[in-house]
Structure formats: structure tokens, C-alpha cells
Ligand binder design. Structure first.
Ligand SMILES: C[SH](C)CC(=O)O
Length: 268
């Protein structure tokens, strides 16, 4: 289809998520890099609203362009493809890192060690995300996964002293991937005897909370590109424990029924 036809079909709109998400900054960068500014608009909202729009369009086989990421259940539920990004606006594959507050290792060594050893695969995250998407409560889906994968959880808890009701506060943003990961590590910590609270916040306050010590940890830092700005802002106040998941991807995503393959195709 002619690029302008695609633009007209989606009213020159890209359906995005919460404004604080790094994916939105990367999309704005892509719109600049590919000369889409002026004609195209990036719609802000939330991950839940975006996936609702996707479902509506997909059921009607209508065109839609969303800000997508992997792992996400959308790629198993729908036949979707990433638009090629020849200019590399979205960066390369990333990892999701665990970030903890300064002082946690000294004050709560057992919880620190479990968070430091937390590591799982995209397929594990997709399993929990899938259960939640099918209607299971996040904490139930997390419990189910923990009980189904004792071998993996043992790797996280090996050598860590058990909790005795010590409080551990985790912050996260309501991205489907982070709802899954935060509930799973929270369930593992709880099973080890810690008194865990999960707090859902926006992206900025998630990093601020760990930086100012009001939260103990987040397991949601997409690096080295997507959340680099937040890490740069707080680098002296946080401890990056490294990846808990490798092999993510982000970019503009469309249903396979759309006749475009690259972000270049959006240009008029
Ligand atoms: C939406 S991705 C899980 C994270 C981000 O874009 O900030």
C-alpha cells in the first residue's frame, strides 16, 4: 500500500502507552529519525488501553500501529510483526535489570541475595503473563509459577537466609511484563518468610522510589536503552544488580495483515 494510504488508514496515529515509558521516548525518537513528525501523532494512554485498542482493531481486521514489546502475550494471542527499524531508533535487544536501594544489602541481606539471584527466561515470563491475561489474579499466577518451577526458584534462594517477617517493598509499573515479574519475585520472597508489599506507580516514581529508599527494589529496568535516562538520573543512589531476564525487544508493531514491513513505509 502506498505509505500515505497507511497513514490515512490509521489516521496518522500510533497507539502508545503511559507517557513515562521509555518505549514512548524511543517512539518519539523514531518519529524524528524517520521524518514522521508533523503528520503523525503518538497517542498516550496505558498498556491496558493499548491492548484493548489492538483487540478491537484485530477482530475487525482493521489497521493499527502500536508500541509493542517482547515478552508480551500479544505475540501469542495475535499474529503481529515488528516494523523493521533500519535506523536503529529502538536500539538493539535489551535485558531487564533488578535495581535495589542503597543499604539493602546491609539491612536485609537475605532479601538482597534473592533479588540478586533472581533470573528467568522470556518463556517463563510469558507463562505468567498468559495466565494473568486469561483472567488469573497476578498473585495467583505467580504462586502457580513458583510452585511449578521449584528448581528455578531454588537457584534464587540458595544461600540466602530465610526471612522472619522483615518487610520488603517492591515498586513496578502496570506493564504486563512487570506485573508478572514483580508478582513472581514477590511470591518467592514471601515464601522465604519476608513480608512483601507491591506498589504500582508510574515509571518515574518507580525509579525515584528506589533512589530515595522509600522502596527496596524494582525488577523492571529495561537497559541499556529504554530506561537509560532514569538510570543516569539516579545512578549514584541505586545499585544495579544486573539482568533478571535477557532477550527483550521493543518497536512499532502491526498485525501481520497490514502490507507494510518497515517504519520507512510510514513516510508519506
Ligand atoms: C513498556 S516496556 C515494558 C518499558 C518502557 O517502555 O519503559
Amino acid at each position: 500500500a502506498s505509505p500515505s494510504k497507511v497513514g490515512e488508514q490509521v489516521d496518522y496515529k500510533i497507539t502508545g502507552i503511559d507517557p513515562g515509558a521509555g518505549l514512548m521516548k524511543s517512539t518519539e525518537k523514531a518519529m524524528k529519525d524517520y521524518g514522521l513528525e508533523g503528520d503523525w501523532t503518538l497517542i498516550e494512554g496505558s498498556s491496558a488501553a493499548m491492548t484493548a485498542e489492538l483487540q478491537k482493531a484485530y477482530e475487525q481486521k482493521e489497521p493499527i500501529i502500536i508500541t509493542g514489546w517482547t515478552p508480551h502475550w500479544m505475540f501469542t494471542k495475535y499474529k503481529l510483526k515488528y516494523l523493521e527499524d533500519p535506523k536503529g531508533s529502538f536500539g538493539k535487544g535489551e535485558s531487564i535489570h533488578t535495581i535495589v536501594r542503597k543499604g539493602l544489602e546491609e539491612e536485609n541481606p537475605g532479601a538482597y541475595k534473592i533479588l540478586d539471584q533472581f533470573s528467568w527466561e522470556p518463556k517463563d515470563m510469558e507463562e505468567v503473563m498468559g495466565d494473568i491475561q486469561e483472567g488469573m489474579k497476578p498473585e495467583e499466577a505467580a504462586e502457580k509459577w513458583i510452585n511449578g518451577h521449584p528448581d528455578k526458584v531454588k537457584k534464587w534462594t540458595d544461600g540466602a537466609q530465610k526471612g522472619n517477617g522483615e518487610k520488603v517493598s517492591l515498586v513496578y509499573v502496570s506493564w504486563e511484563s512487570e506485573i508478572a515479574s514483580t508478582n513472581v519475585i514477590g511470591a518467592a520472597l514471601k515464601k522465604q518468610g519476608y513480608d512483601v508489599t507491591l506498589k504500582q506507580v508510574e515509571a518515574g516514581p518507580m525509579f525515584t522510589g528506589v533512589a530515595n529508599g522509600s522502596a527496596d527494589a524494582l525488577v523492571a529496568a529495561w537497559l541499556p536503552t529504554t530506561h537509560q535516562d532514569y538510570i543516569n538520573e539516579y545512578k549514584d543512589q541505586i545499585i544495579d544488580l544486573g539482568p533478571n531476564l535477557e532477550g527483550t525487544k521493543l518497536g512499532l508493531t502491526v498485525p501481520e495483515y497490514m502490507p507494510i514491513e518497515s517504519i520507512e513505509d510510514l513516510k508519506k
